[in-house]
Write a protein that binds this ligand. Sequence first.
Ligand code: XMP
Length: 319
Amino acid sequence: EWEMSAFIEAATEAIRERVGDHHVICGLSGGVDSSVTATLVHRAIGDRLHCVFVDNGLLRYREAAEVEDLFRDVLGVDLHTAHTAPQFLERLEGVIDPEQKRKIIGRTFIEVFAERARALGPVRFLAQGTLYPDVIESVSPVGGPSATIKSHHNVGGLPEDLEFDLVEPLRELFKDEVRLVGRELGLPSYVVDRQPFPGPGLAVRILGAVDEERLDILREADLRVREEIMKMENYLDVWQYFAVLLPVQSVGVMGDDRTYENVIAVRAVQSLDGMTADWYKLPHDVLDRISNRIINEVRGVNRVVYDISSKPPSTIEWE
Ligand code: XMP
């Protein structure tokens, strides 16, 4: 794509010009926006880019390892991973209310990110994966670049001693263009074509209290949902697809024994922007394989149900 390589050249030059000899910090989430941002900035200024990745323990199967493999080992980015799963899990202990979970996770994220940012010493710039739709949505009555950080962005609300000038190389792009840029930069499909994943992660897909054991069950079930759906030729038409661990137990049989175990709900939706969504009419054979694999391969689950609700009035996530 000529257009994309021209964009990459121009963006790289613009980053160099803006940043000069300074250093840049970038929060990596594993998502496409922050991945493409980091890759572009790295291309522009190399080891003066420092990425911080907060492993909150609420990510999907092997997700944290994938981020480290790609950015540290393949791309050679200066990556600082904060292994903070215990900290997040401790604060989430016994918390059931979804909004409470979000607040705890958001607050803890900022704390951890701020701590890592300070440890890097004075850094002038922060790179963010702000896209064009974010720019036109944000109303900035007080002006100044930091006022445009939207609260849903993970780095919103950083403490005052951590004020950065922003580098936002994707500000003029739409999501599909970001994917094209990512592909042109050589990022793998599992990054570029990645489905949206909420900041609070698996915590809002475990209904009720979150703990290590339930995270393991959900991770294993979710992996099977993703694997089976990604075998479909047209899986990129499915906007989001994942497993949800319900807070109920149901009766089953295994051999001569009665079981009383967890229920997994499978969610797959079609959407353009996440604002509205239709439940995805997955082929029965795909549903069949998902169900069989989860029940046979994931310990602690004896029933799988399919969510056939659209948004509105249901939301995409269950919490
Ligand atoms: P809902 O569940 O509201 O989700 O229909 C719409 C889209 O937003 C994602 N989502 C979140 N993303 N933090 C995020 O970064 C959140 O707290 C959050 N809650 C929902 C959801 O996955 C879907 O793509």
